[in-house]
Design a protein around this ligand. Structure first.
Ligand code: URA
Length: 424
């Protein structure tokens, strides 16, 4: 077999055979017979011509088989995880993992770091002094058996073909392809060993998928891949036009998650967390009330145990930025929306995100929204608080936020976050 024959088959609109897919992915992961430019050419051909369900299923299997699949069959509770396609202010995992663990499931969440305007869960937790993302598979299984929840970094052996291909897609304009996104996400989640999975597929201007039709297509594709690989999967389609909650930035989001775990926090964060928790518990047949569990403080206790088990120390509080600046409203009215992408870009410019995978992120940088959608606001009232270690960053962050708060004359109610459920 040659890379050229595989590329030409897809370029000309044909279907790849199982042998072609297995060979191409395994040789690309091994770094011998398939070069980066050939993998990029195939990704572009897939971008334009798509894949049949059979091709996509085999492609996903080949990516899983490029590394090892964790075996969680020895756990004494059912395993269920959540994956979000990424949004601004998305700190849901920090609350959801301990909450669902407190309800009796095992939640093995292998997570990533952020790139661009959406933050990564590991970056957020690393704002907690001492917290370590690295766990061996044995440590992870031990923590799942004793505490029930783990959030940790994925090892280099988890779908390594995806790791390589994702980095290549990032620089060749081939990220925004439904089959490539679906196989990338699902290969990692299936390799993680969970038996059930709930996907939070974001839709809106702050998300990968701007249209609902595309979000539903992505959700259905991933639910199908889960089914093909023995992982019971369903998806919630949730709105990401407006920032989720009030905080974007690493320590700021941990602080907001702690508020929710203590029984408070923004209503939209609570709504989405509970909807995802209910769906996760439904998939594994656990009859528990996550709202009551959140109110009882048990989820908060599990969170603190998870943090301590991974070296984190919250006793001295979270780090705080040395510089803050507020941005005020210029007109009177009602706050109709807070554009997620603008807030994400501002937080990123303040230092919360990275441009290259190797960049460091600031634990303290970010944006706090000081008013909520539906609030009455007056000219001169502070709307955003910018946090950074480097004052020179204020100006470009403020530029990103120009027009981000939509203020209109009419009162509105915040629309529900959850728009639709897909599958299993
Ligand atoms: N997240 C992933 O892991 N892969 C993609 O392709 C897109 C988002």
């Amino acid at each position: 077999m040659t890379p050229l024959e595989v590329i030409v088959t897809k370029r000309d609109g044909g279907s790849l055979t199982a042998e072609q897919i297995d060979w191409f992915i395994s040789r690309y992961a091994a770094g011998d017979a398939v070069a980066d430019e050939q993998a990029a050419a195939l990704a572009m051909a897939i971008f334009f011509n798509g894949m049949t369900p059979d091709e996509l299923s085999r492609w996903t299997s080949a990516m899983i088989d490029s590394g090892t699949r964790l075996d969680l069959s020895g756990l004494d509770r059912p395993a269920v995880d959540k994956h979000s396609t990424g949004g601004v202010g998305d700190k849901i995992s920090l609350i959801l993992v301990p909450l669902v663990a407190a309800c009796g499931a095992a939640v093995p969440q292998l997570s990533g770091r952020g790139l661009g305007h959406t933050g990564g869960t590991l970056d957020k937790l690393e704002a907690i002094p001492g917290w370590r993302a690295e766990l061996s598979p044995e440590q992870m299984i031990d923590q799942l058996n004793t505490i029930g929840g783990v959030i940790a970094g994925a090892s280099a052996d988890l779908a390594p073909a995806d790791r390589k291909l994702y980095a290549l897609r990032d620089i060749t304009g081939t990220i925004e392809s439904i089959p490539l996104i679906a196989s990338s996400i699902m290969s990692k989640k299936i390799a993680e060993g969970t038996g059930s999975l709930v996907l939070d597929v974001k839709v809106g201007s702050g998300a990968f998928m701007a249209s609902k039709a595309d979000a539903v297509m992505l959700a259905e594709t991933m639910v199908g891949l889960g089914r093909d690989h023995g992982v019971t999967t369903s998806a919630l389609i949730t709105g990401m036009d407006d920032v989720l909650g009030r905080a974007a930035g690493n320590a700021l989001e941990v602080a907001e998650a702690l508020e929710v775990l203590a029984g408070g926090g923004p209503p939209d964060v609570v709504e989405l967390t509970l909807a995802l928790a209910e769906e996760m518990l439904r998939l594994v047949g656990i009859d528990a009330d996550p709202a009551a569990m959140l109110g009882s403080g048990e989820a908060s206790e599990v969170f603190h145990r998870m943090i301590t088990a991974q070296g984190g120390d919250l006793s001295a509080g979270l780090p705080q930025a040395s510089h803050r600046r507020r941005i005020t409203a210029t007109v009177d009215g009602h706050l109709q929306g807070i554009e997620a992408r603008a807030v994400g870009v501002a937080a990123w410019r303040l230092g919360a995100g990275r441009t290259r995978k190797t960049d460091d992120v600031s634990p303290t940088a970010g944006v706090l929204c000081l008013a909520a959608i539906g609030d009455r606001v007056s000219a001169g009232q502070p709307l955003f608080e910018l946090h950074t270690e480097d004052q020179a960053r204020f100006e470009s962050a403020a530029e990103a936020l120009a027009g981000a708060a939509r203020i209109g004359p009419d009162p509105i109610e915040r629309p529900p976050r959850v728009e639709l459920t897909v599958g299993p």
